[in-house]
Design a protein around this ligand. Structure first.
Ligand SMILES: [Zn+2]
Length: 179
């Protein structure tokens, strides 16, 4: 640390205290240049970035919001809620570890989608339609076409497209800013 009095960099710690809740360390230091004392604080940095919405507004990262969207996407699908919760926790950890102060909601969606695709294709298409606003539209269409050609007929695709459409309307209504 640089002494606030004489700008010398050498100091010795004469006292270290951890705050009651364990989130902060306070150190009393003595400058080795001028022998004056000062205090430094050490804190764990907020690890979750703010989420930048498509309209530019920022909001705190909200795991439950992603989870709600995902739970809706698995309606009537053979996927357990636990699996979805685990998926969201995994994404949350990954996003937290990026150490960013802000992240686009689209980028969070991009981290969710491949994981969901591995879990269930129908849920994946439904969720992708929820995130449609945040994604390159052309890219999404390609994604759908790829799924259509990939599909072996086990999922009825006309119904699937209709479902995805329905989900999209409800979700974008829900996400609209309330004035
Ligand atoms: Zn000093």
């Amino acid at each position: 640390m640089r002494c606030p009095w004489c700008a010398v960099y050498e100091d010795k710690v004469i006292e270290t205290r951890v705050s009651k809740d364990g989130t902060e360390i306070r150190r009393r230091r003595e400058c080795e240049g001028c022998a004056r004392r000062y205090t430094t604080y050490e804190r764990i940095e907020e690890s979750m970035p703010l989420v930048i919405k498509s309209d530019g507004r920022r909001e705190p990262f909200d795991r439950t919001k992603i989870e709600r969207g995902l739970q809706a996407s698995i309606a009537k699908r053979p996927v357990s809620r636990q699996k979805i919760t685990a998926l969201v926790l995994e994404v949350e950890r990954e996003v937290g570890e990026l150490g960013l102060s802000e992240i686009h909601s689209r980028e969070i969606g991009e981290r969710v989608l491949p994981r969901l695709k591995a879990v269930d294709h129908v849920a994946y298409v439904r969720f992708a339609s929820i995130y449609r606003d945040f994604r390159d539209l052309e890219g999404f269409e390609k994604e759908l076409d790829a799924l259509r050609s990939e599909d072996t007929g086990r999922h009825a695709l006309p119904d699937l497209a209709k479902d995805a459409e329905g989900e999209a309307v409800t979700s974008s209504d829900r996400d609209r800013p309330r004035n």
